[in-house]
Design a protein around this ligand. Structure first.
Ligand code: SF4
Ligand code: SF4
Length: 86
């Protein structure tokens, strides 16, 4: 597991975004706007009634710093996270 340090020298393990549950996501876009690393995006699709809907997707996982901020703003708890082996 990667062991990072806070500014104060405390141990901190980054947890990187792993999945976004499309059945939980209602496309509010909060996590997409919040991610400073631009890892997330919104995809549009038509639902069964032909209405345009949006869902958050991971577009650039390689840029993720493992801050979990996206998960903290999601009222649906749609994100999952995972630590990475060194
Ligand atoms: S914050 Fe949650 S509900 Fe809103 S777009 Fe992101 S994953 Fe979807
Ligand atoms: S964990 Fe942080 S860097 Fe990674 S996608 Fe979420 S907000 Fe962006």
């Amino acid at each position: 597991m990667i062991d990072c340090r806070t500014f104060g020298g405390f141990s901190w393990t980054p947890l990187y975004v792993e999945t976004i549950d499309k059945d939980k996501c209602f496309g509010c876009g909060r996590c997409v706007k919040l991610c400073v690393q631009k890892c997330l995006g919104l995809e549009s699709f038509e639902d069964d009634e032909g209405t345009e809907r949006h869902v958050a997707v991971i577009v650039s996982k390689d840029q993720c710093i493992g801050c979990q901020s996206c998960g903290s703003v999601c009222v649906r708890k749609a994100h999952t996270f995972k630590a990475k082996s060194a």
